[in-house]
Design a protein around this ligand. Structure first.
Ligand code: DGY
Length: 322
């Protein structure tokens, strides 16, 4: 009898075909994310799980997965999985870094360009009939990228790739990390290590690339916004929960900072009633950092490979923990 694999959402056809050859697969359809009550029922019988970043794979779910060998998430982030508890239960975890690095760095840079050149805001003006005359010397001015300081918090794969984009636009790049990278790499990337305080106070654009953990939960709050330059912009393509959204709204309304570009939110999806949607100085993207055709295919390949390895008791290509 084939072993069972449960998917909390469908994947590309090629991936499903591959999985079907090997396993008895079941794919959740209907409400997204899958209700916890349904996941609790399904997890009891399966050997492998393919999940997504909005599924909550907590202790309770893991405990119920008596036969579970591998949790393969279609994401680089794994803050939705209780990884410690999974490890304790000898369940492997696969995830999909690297393949989405370029796409996500592009997204952060796209938000940066959009904000500084006011593209989305201009699009709204045109569509809403607010473009009444050709703009003159002081009208609708944006901000140059060249010579501005980009601050990167979390210089991992995505942060480094963003640095390359910024370097090509003649920006100054500073970063803060738990660990300073080597001098050689710093030189190659054209980046300078600074303290967190220096990062916050010196950046013209501050881009967040840290995972969501207990330590980073709501770390960008009013205290930080007040230390940032009044002319600065905040960009977040990591996880919404690292920003205190209530504080950010006030900071944007009261022009404590100049603007923000967000691809991620505290809870997703957000709708037109969300606190941010009435603000002009913010660009909102619907969590599409990794959403390009090519990247999503590569993510499906890795997710499938990770699962297959874990089902065999082997270490996934990209593995959390062990
Ligand atoms: C990830 O992979 O974690 C992204 O946020 C999901 O698109």
């Amino acid at each position: 009898m084939k072993e069972k694999v449960f998917l909390t959402r469908t994947l590309h056809d090629f991936a499903l075909k591959d999985l079907k050859k090997k396993y008895d697969i079941e794919i959740h359809s209907g409400e997204i994310p899958i209700p916890q009550s349904k996941l609790k029922l399904k997890i009891k019988k399966v050997h492998g799980l393919i999940c997504f970043p909005y599924d909550r794979i907590d202790k309770e779910i893991i405990k119920l997965g008596e036969n579970l060998k591998i949790i393969s998430t279609y994401s680089v982030g794994y803050d939705h999985i209780d990884t410690k508890f999974a490890k304790k239960n000898k369940i492997r975890i696969g995830y999909t870094p690297e393949v989405l690095t370029d796409a996500t760095a592009d997204m952060a840079f796209a938000l940066l360009l959009d904000l500084l050149r006011r593209i989305t805001e201009g699009d709204r003006n045109v569509r809403n009939g607010k473009w009444k005359q050709i703009y003159g010397a002081y009208d609708y001015v944006g901000v140059d990228l060249q010579g501005k300081t980009l601050g990167i918090i979390g210089l991992g794969r995505i942060g480094k790739t963003l640095a390359k984009r910024a370097k090509a636009f003649d920006m100054k790049i500073i970063y803060h990390n738990r660990k300073q990278i080597s001098k050689t790499e710093e030189k190659k990337l054209g980046v300078k290590f600074v303290t967190f305080k220096e990062l916050v106070t010196q950046s013209d654009i501050l881009s967040i690339h840290v995972p969501h953990t207990k330590e980073t939960d709501k770390m960008f709050d009013m205290k930080i916004f007040k230390k940032m330059k009044k002319t600065s912009f905040l960009i977040n393509t990591s996880r919404g929960k690292v920003v205190n959204e209530k504080d950010l709204k006030i900071a944007l309304e009261e022009k404590i900072i100049a603007g923000a570009g967000l691809d991620v939110f505290e809870t997703e999806p957000i709708n037109e009633k969300h606190r941010f949607t009435k603000l002009e100085n913010i660009v909102l993207a619907p969590h599409i950092g990794s959403s390009t055709k090519e990247t999503r295919i590569k993510m499906a390949e890795i997710t499938t490979k990770n699962l297959i390895l874990g089902m065999k008791g082997k270490k996934p290509i990209y593995s959390v923990g062990y």
